[in-house]
Design a binder for this molecule. Structure first.
Ligand code: ATR
Length: 282
């Protein structure tokens, strides 16, 4: 039997076991995927010892992604760019790390908007400059946009992402102050919220979407609630929306394939299962 895990602190709210459990059942694989709670002081030992304990690999979540990055022996180019690892596996005795959040974000847009969507987008507006934003900018800069503008309350963090990532592509990266979002909105055909605003229990993200172009797409990485106040406002304004749950589902695909040998599909049934869990938790 092949065993995998998700490790974090706290970990009890992770929905990853539900996703991987669904796929194990769907594909009839003799495997397991379990939650493991590990405190930061013990994470180094966990990283060194999981393979001997019989695990093929697993996912890493908050707050261990940066330590996992530092602790693996080899990393994919994407993980290197992000300095954070969310997927671990062992190949020929070597501990590898990847960052699949990037792929998850892009695959969610591709699946929802259709393959040619990016041809209609010149300017992308990314709101927020935390760890999630960094991954999203790294994914976006592999596509053929003209520019990606990052707006953050603390502008220095947006400037840091620009500095770290601009060397990787010809897409222009710019940082703007939070108060200047309004000046970018008229050009932004894709608007991405990566901040925690709009999450259950947090204040909403209020944007003047009347200033956004009529063909703008608005997406949020927050998925509890599924329809954030931002997405609801975008929909009311007639804009196309993509919710954040798909990113969670798609980021799980590469890990499952590495550990269990089957590339799983993100289906409406899987989505419905997680939606029911989110709604049950309200
Ligand atoms: P993650 O790794 O999930 O991105 P994070 O690193 O804590 O989480 O980042 C949270 C993001 O939400 C940041 O961009 C943060 O802005 P600051 O860098 O200025 O802190 C943003 N954020 C959180 N609360 C906010 C608020 N009330 N207004 C504007 N931005 C906010």
């Amino acid at each position: 039997m092949t065993k995998a895990f998700v490790v974090g602190h706290p970990i009890k709210h992770s929905r990853s076991p539900l996703i991987h459990g669904f796929w194990l059942k769907t594909y009839g694989i003799d495997g397991s995927y379990e939650r493991i709670e590990v405190e930061p002081v013990n994470f180094g030992n966990f990283l060194k010892g999981f393979h001997e304990q019989g695990f093929a690999g697993g996912n890493v979540t908050i707050p261990h992604k940066e330590v996992a990055f530092a602790g693996v022996m080899r990393r994919t180019e994407r993980a290197e760019r992000l300095k954070a690892v969310n997927t671990l596996w062992v190949k020929d005795g070597v501990l590898w790390g990847d960052n699949t959040d990037v792929l998850g974000f892009m695959a969610n847009l591709d699946q929802n908007l259709g393959i040619a969507w990016e041809q209609h987008v010149e300017t992308v507006l990314v709101l927020g400059a935390g760890g999630a934003a960094r991954g999203i900018v790294a994914g976006l800069q592999e596509r053929s946009f003209k520019r990606i503008v990052i707006a953050n309350r603390t502008i220095s963090k947006a400037q840091e992402i620009v500095r770290d990532l601009e060397r990787y592509s010809t897409v222009k990266l710019e940082a703007v102050a939070w108060d200047n979002i309004g000046s970018v909105l008229p050009d932004a055909q894709l608007i991405v919220n990566t901040t925690s605003l709009g999450m259950a229990g947090q204040p909403p993200l209020l944007l003047d979407l009347d200033r956004a172009p009529d063909n703008a797409v608005v997406t949020d990485i927050v998925y509890v609630p599924l329809k954030t106040p931002l997405l609801a406002a975008a929909e009311a304004r007639g804009l196309r929306i993509v919710d954040g749950l798909g990113m969670l589902l798609h980021q799980a695909v590469p890990g499952f394939e590495r550990w269990f040998g089957v590339r799983p599909e993100v289906t409406p049934e899987l989505r419905a299962l997680i939606v029911a869990d989110i709604e049950g938790g309200k």
